[in-house]
Design a protein around this ligand. Structure first.
Ligand SMILES: NC(=O)c1ccc[n+]([C@@H]2O[C@H](COP(=O)([O-])OP(=O)(O)OC[C@H]3O[C@@H](n4cnc5c(N)ncnc54)[C@H](O)[C@@H]3O)[C@@H](O)[C@H]2O)c1
Length: 368
């Protein structure tokens, strides 16, 4: 992620200092950036002068103290609270007093990272999506102590890089990683219960739902290790709310090293010539699958709105720009009919007697 963010900032015309505590890691990141830009040049999407201009703006730092000259620092080290806190403590003592210190964390509380600093008002979450130069969305997450002026300044700054920003409350998973959970979790439930196979579920969500990728294809693409870790983290941080409960299926895939595309095997087998499961394309079953998953997603979006995780506009933007959903979930729910969504949830709730399916207060109010 660090390399992608560096490329993005350099493309926006900024001088960038790239630093990694592991010797050689930054140089490797620069090589990867160069290889990516080279590819664009070969395809005729960028000229060589532009590529050289971007590369000339990225310098590799030798020691952390080199950040003393920087006005804006984005941390993208491993997802570990103690490692991040230790880094912010050091950065605070190195950086200029007016420098903004940002974290690209995808699941750790920004407030808890900022608490490592004496001047936590200038610490903020700036959550990019992978690959950072391509994905349009950035979630801006002020911690409890972040100064409002810093949040405004950072939002304008990131917008000037050509990104779409949304403002998210510092809560587990922020917007996208919270609201998207049922896309994966509910699909796995349907599979675990033997209601449908992975190919049927993927087919239903693509063909009937209009999603670009089915849940299992997407999980294999993200990495089942990463996806499991995010699910588990959100669930734990939400005080074990059953709505976010991870699945044994995904845990086993993660343990087995069946991480998806990157490891050659996940829900699907990516070995050359491997047999692929096919869908029966049963429209009745497909509609049931779609309604169950979309109702859970819409419910999650209403819940996020109710708890002021973000405003309606930002919620809709986050899901369409961050994970390419074909429509914003609240508008989608309205289009399907909130009454129908609520009835689906109530049906699931009655069938399973599981708090996981409880409808959002706001959804109920919007129907009545
Ligand atoms: N990969 C994604 O899709 C994605 C998306 C959004 C946000 N993020 C966030 O970005 C951050 C980095 O994720 P990534 O996928 O690039 O991870 P990564 O493992 O590819 O990179 C992490 C970097 O941290 C360095 N590192 C490892 N141990 C360290 C230590 N003890 N101290 C300091 N540096 C150390 C490594 O050298 C490596 O360059 C995480 O906070 C992650 O949650 C990742």
């Amino acid at each position: 992620m660090g390399g992608g963010i560096a490329q993005l900032a350099a493309s926006a015309g900024h001088n960038v200092l790239l630093f990694d505590s592991f010797t050689g890691a930054s140089a490797k990141a620069v090589e990867r950036i160069k290889a990516g830009l080279d590819g664009l040049v070969k395809k005729g999407k960028m000229d060589e002068a532009k590529m050289n201009g971007i590369l000339s703006k990225i310098k590799v730092g030798g020691v952390l103290e080199d950040f003393a000259q920087c006005g804006f620092v984005i941390e993208a080290v491993i997802e570990d609270l103690e490692v991040k806190k230790d880094l912010f403590r050091k950065l605070e003592s190195i950086c200029r007093p007016d420098a903004v210190l940002a974290t690209n964390t995808s699941s750790i509380s920004v407030t808890s990272i900022a608490a490592a600093c004496k001047e936590s008002g200038r610490v903020i979450g700036v959550h990019f999506f992978n690959p950072a130069p391509v994905m349009p969305l950035v979630e801006i997450i002020p911690g409890l102590a972040t100064e409002t002026s810093i949040a405004q300044k950072v939002t304008e700054f990131i917008k000037s890089w050509g990104k779409v920003t949304v403002l998210a409350k510092d809560t587990p998973g922020f917007i996208v990683n919270r609201v998207a959970r049922p896309f994966y979790g509910e699909a796995i439930r349907i599979y675990e219960e033997g209601i449908a196979d992975i190919a049927d579920i993927d087919w239903a969500m693509k063909e009937i739902g209009g999603f670009k990728m089915g849940p299992f294809e997407l999980m294999d693409f993200i990495g089942n290790d990463v996806n499991y870790m995010v699910t588990e983290t959100v669930w734990r941080q939400m005080f074990f709310d059953p709505r976010y409960k991870p699945s044994i299926t995904q845990k086993r895939l993660s343990e087995a090293g069946f991480w998806g595309k990157k490891s050659g095997r996940g829900y699907y087998n990516y070995a050359e010539g491997a047999a692929q499961p096919t869908s029966n394309k049963d429209t009745k079953l497909g509609n049931e699958i779609f309604m169950r998953i979309i109702s859970m997603l819409v419910n999650e979006a209403f819940e996020a709105l109710y708890y002021k995780i973000a405003n309606r506009e930002d919620l809709e933007t986050a899901m369409t720009k961050g994970v390419n959903y074909p429509k914003g979930l609240i508008a989608w729910g309205e289009e399907i009919g909130l009454k129908k969504v609520l009835a689906t949830l109530e049906g699931l709730s009655e069938t399973y007697n599981d708090d996981r399916y409880r409808p959002s207060v706001l959804l109920k109010r919007s129907v009545n």
